[in-house]
Design a protein around this ligand. Structure first.
Ligand code: SF4
Length: 189
């Protein structure tokens, strides 16, 4: 899914207003730890590419965080290649596409990983806290948790979208980038 170009300075604001929980979590962890493991870099990196972050801005974005943790030199040596690779500028020059919900939900994050779908991979306690942080109130919360208990993760995400935006999402959420685009449509109208 394509959308308009976004620039570096917009990301912080967009993360709060229009990122689905899976990406918001990765974004917050990146800001907190100045680091993400491979699975998280792939999931968030390809999502950002999908929302319209150009390669130069993507490099600046990751460099700003990682250089605080590993230093600018190690960033260039060990991480910049993979970012260019995701944009099809290295290796086989495949243009990698952002992950669908199905792919994110079926991933298997290990200890220290922050990728995956919070509706599937968080404990109920952590999920409630994260949803509260997105502005979901008590009434909406119980409906969402009910869907999660029945393993309807995308339905739970759709209800979250509706609670956060105060607007229905008839198509349902099936892709993190679709969540972003639909959110922007509502917020910009
Ligand atoms: Fe992300 Fe999809 Fe899970 Fe929502 S349902 S948090 S968009 S993977």
């Amino acid at each position: 899914r394509e959308s308009a170009e976004i620039s570096l300075k917009d990301i912080d604001h967009l993360a709060k207003s229009s990122f689905p929980l899976c990406m918001r979590h990765l974004y917050d962890k990146l800001k907190e730890d100045h680091h993400l493991k491979h699975g998280g870099r792939m999931q968030l990196g390809l999502f950002l590419k999908g929302v319209g972050l150009k390669l130069d801005d993507a490099l600046a974005f990751w460099r700003a965080e990682f250089s605080q943790k590993v230093g600018a030199e190690r960033f260039e040596k060990e991480y910049a290649y993979n970012i260019r690779h995701n944009y099809g500028r290295e290796g086989k020059r495949t243009d990698y596409t952002p992950f669908s919900c199905q792919k994110v939900i079926s991933s298997t994050p290990g200890v220290g990983d922050h990728h995956g779908c919070p509706f599937r991979h968080f404990s109920e306690e952590n999920l409630r806290a994260a949803l509260g942080g997105m502005g979901v109130g008590n009434r909406g919360m119980d409906d969402i948790i009910d869907k999660v208990r029945n393993r309807h993760y995308q339905v739970a995400c759709t209800l979250t979208f509706e609670a956060v935006h105060g607007s229905s999402c008839d198509a349902g959420i099936n892709h993190p980038n679709q969540y972003f685009i639909d959110s922007q449509k509502i917020l910009q109208s």
